[in-house]
Design a protein around this ligand. Structure first.
Ligand code: GSH
Length: 214
C-alpha cells in the first residue's frame, strides 16, 4: 500500500492527518504543497483546491475529516474513533468545533506573528493578534476547560481523533507565540502539553518549527 499526503505541514488540517497516520504507524510520503494561486493539476486531485489531499495507491482523496475516517477503515488498529455511538458522535463534534470557529478565532496569532513577515513581507497587525487573544479565543478555551473536567482525554477516557483535532490548531497558535494561560485554563494547558508531547505530534512540531527557523 502506498500513501502520500499532499499539503504543507504548517496547515492544522495536514498536521491532523499526519498525526493520525503516525498514531496508526502507517508510513507515507509527504509532498509539502502550498495551496497558492491557480493549480489545475492539484485541483484535479482536490477540486476545492484545499490541502490536505491523500493519495492511496495513486487515487486522490481530499479533506482531512474524510481522510481520517477512511484511514480508520483501512487500518482499524489502534482505533482512533470510539466504538460507542455517542462517543463517536462527540468525537466528530470536537473535530468540527476545532476545524471551524476555534481555528478561525486563534489563527491571527499565526498569520500575523509568523506568516505576515515571512511570507507576505509585511509587519504583523498587532490589533488582530490582541483581539484574538483577549476576545475571540477565551470562550473557546472556557468551553474546552469545562469539557475536559478531570479527564485526561476529551472523549471516551482514551486518546481519539477528538484530541488530535483540538490539539492541532494550538500548534499554530504556539508558533505564533500564544499558549493558553495555565493559571486561567489549567486543565486545557496540561492537556495540550500532554497531547503535544506524544511522539506523533512531537516530531512533526519540531520538524516544522526547524523548517521555519522558529
Ligand atoms: N475542511 C478542509 C479544510 C482544509 C483547509 O481549509 N485547508 C487550507 C489550509 S490550512 C487551504 O487549503 N486553504 C487554501 C484555500 O482555501 O484555497 C479539511 O479538513 O481538509
Amino acid at each position: 500500500m502506498s500513501l502520500k499526503v499532499i499539503g504543507v505541514g504548517l496547515s492544522p488540517f495536514v498536521r491532523k492527518v499526519r498525526v493520525f497516520l503516525a498514531e496508526k504507524s502507517l508510513p507515507y510520503e509527504h509532498e509539502p504543497l502550498v495551496p497558492m494561486g491557480d493549480n489545475p493539476e492539484y485541483k484535479a486531485k482536490s477540486p476545492l483546491g484545499k490541502i490536505p489531499c491523500l493519495e492511496h495507491d495513486g487515487r486522490p482523496l481530499p479533506d482531512s475529516s474524510v481522510i481520517c475516517q477512511y484511514l480508520e477503515r483501512i487500518q482499524p488498529e489502534p482505533a482512533l474513533y470510539p466504538a460507542d455511538d455517542w462517543d463517536f458522535a462527540r468525537t466528530l463534534w470536537f473535530e468540527e468545533y476545532a476545524d471551524t470557529k476555534m481555528l478561525e478565532a486563534g489563527i491571527p496569532t499565526f498569520q500575523e506573528n509568523v506568516l505576515a513577515k515571512r511570507f507576505f513581507q509585511r509587519e504583523p497587525d498587532t490589533a488582530k493578534v490582541e483581539k484574538a487573544i483577549d476576545e475571540d479565543l477565551p470562550p473557546f478555551l472556557d468551553y474546552l476547560e469545562g469539557e475536559l473536567g478531570d479527564q485526561e482525554y476529551l472523549v471516551a477516557g482514551r486518546f481519539t481523533l477528538a484530541d488530535i483535532a483540538v490539539a492541532s490548531p494550538f500548534v499554530n497558535f504556539s508558533y505564533g507565540g500564544y499558549r493558553p494561560d495555565a493559571s486561567r485554563w489549567p486543565k486545557l494547558a496540561a492537556f495540550l502539553e500532554r497531547i503535544h508531547a506524544r511522539p506523533s505530534f512531537k516530531k512533526i512540531i519540531e520538524d516544522d518549527a526547524k523548517a521555519m527557523g522558529l
